[in-house]
Design a binder for this molecule. Structure first.
Ligand SMILES: *Cc1c(COP(=O)(O)O)cnc(C)c1O
Length: 410
């Protein structure tokens, strides 16, 4: 029996076949059961902010596990209060902000959805969200996710959500005083690392405020310093009503949070929401330590600097396959001229590199925020070799197609 047999028999079929089995990680490297080493530029989908087995992460989890792990939300614990204060400070909520803790991105967005309903009441039944944005896979967050093919098998959706294009004009045309909230993903990661148009967030802030609607920003992928600011909304200097975070704040420990600003912080009242695990001492101690290390080592600055360096180095690769880089900081989408992203991911794995393809023409790079020259140089070497492998296969398969068409036979 191989691990593939076990996975194929025992694991839920909602994911495709597992591409690899990893047994160990350290920094930006992973090892499979045969001892082969991989450079990890996926970092568990923008989760492992400090890389694998970082001493700060390991120490926080061991120390807190030996002290106090879970007591339920009938009680407070020091790491929970410390993390709430840290998130408020980093997000810039001021004293009036509040934090709700869950265990995942979807749970953070579920809380945000309920926040929007509490704000809307019966007067404001409408919620606006952006076409192609991703907010999660629970029934509530799926209703917020503007991808018909994902919703279709699970209809009917929770009512009230309408999808609009990511333009200021579309927002102006759609909004009125019956809208409770606008949900925004500042860089659409799952859709192919698509940034919003410049100035969109500032305009959305002004328009939602004018109509009394909440502006809720999903920072689950963009938060924790990944884009070169603590949160992506800070690039535009606005104050939202709420943001959601998860992925990178736990550095590999499952945790999510809804952070509210100003009047939105007063909407929940006792009994309106909750979670058994959410905000427990173990998870909040780990996230507190991860954010502390990101701050101490200025990994937010590193994300900005290394992101620019990495994008430049990729664009300097001599390959007809690459159309260019987009994104922000260390959330990078590499555009491809042909729909070969999945083949490129497979070739990269052969070469010992872990990357991801959110769609057929995009490679998503979300490495640990700790990367430096060594990892970037090695990435360029392995990525270039992977591109060559795919280019060679393309030329063999379809010598005339490569230069004349954007379609490549499967
Ligand atoms: C990953 C992601 C989610 C969902 O988070 P889960 O932890 O998988 O539930 C929601 N929104 C965005 C923008 C994400 O990237």
């Amino acid at each position: 029996m191989t691990w593939q047999d076990d996975a194929g028999r025992d694991l839920v079929k909602s994911f495709g076949a597992r591409m690899q089995m990893f047994v160990r990680g350290e920094g930006s490297y992973l090892w499979d059961a045969d001892g082969k080493r991989y450079l990890d530029f996926l970092a568990g989908i923008a989760v492992d902010s400090l890389g694998h087995a970082h001493p700060v992460f390991v120490d926080a989890i061991s120390t807190q596990a030996a002290t106090l792990s879970h007591v339920s939300n009938y009680f407070a614990t020091p790491p929970q209060l410390a993390l709430a204060a840290t998130l408020k400070r980093l997000a810039g909520t001021g004293d009036g902000g509040r934090v709700y803790f869950g265990n995942s991105g979807a749970e953070a967005n579920e809380a945000a959805f309920k926040l929007a309903r509490l704000h809307g009441g019966t007067e404001r039944p409408r919620i606006l969200a952006l076409t192609d944005a991703f907010h999660g896979r629970t029934m509530g967050t799926l209703a917020l996710t503007g991808k018909p093919y994902m919703q279709e098998p699970f209809l009917p959706m929770t009512p009230g959500v309408e999808f609009i294009d990511s333009t200021v004009e579309a927002l102006e045309a759609a909004i009125d005083d019956r809208v409770a909230a606008l949900f925004v993903e500042p860089v659409k990661g799952e859709a192919g690392v698509l940034p919003l148009p410049e100035g969109y967030l500032a305009a959305a802030r002004e328009i939602t405020e004018r109509h009394g609607a909440l502006l809720i920003i999903d920072e689950i992928q963009t938060g924790a310093g990944r884009t070169g600011e603590w949160f992506a909304f800070q690039h535009e200097g606005i104050t939202p009503d709420a943001i959601t975070v998860a992925k990178g704040i736990g550095g590999g420990f499952p945790i999510g949070a809804l952070i509210t600003f100003g009047a939105a912080s007063e909407l929940f009242y006792p009994g309106t929401h909750g979670s058994t695990f959410g905000g427990n001492a173990l998870g909040t101690a780990v996230a507190g330590a991860v954010l502390g290390e990101i701050e101490r080592a200025d990994l937010v600055g590193n994300a900005a600097e290394r992101g620019a360096q990495l994008s430049q180095a990729i664009e300097a690769i001599d390959s007809d396959l690459i159309t260019g880089c987009r994104g922000s900081g260390l959330l990078i989408g590499v555009g491809l001229r042909h729909p070969v992203a999945k083949a490129l991911v497979a070739a990269a794995q052969e070469h010992g590199l872990v990357i991801n393809a959110p769609n057929d023409e995009t490679i998503r790079l979300v490495p640990a925020l700790t990367i430096g020259d060594v990892e970037i140089d090695e990435f360029i070497e392995l990525f270039t070799a992977s591109l060559r492998t795919v280019e060679d296969a393309l030329v063999l398969d379809a010598p005339t197609q490569l230069s004349t068409s954007t379609e490549v036979p499967a």
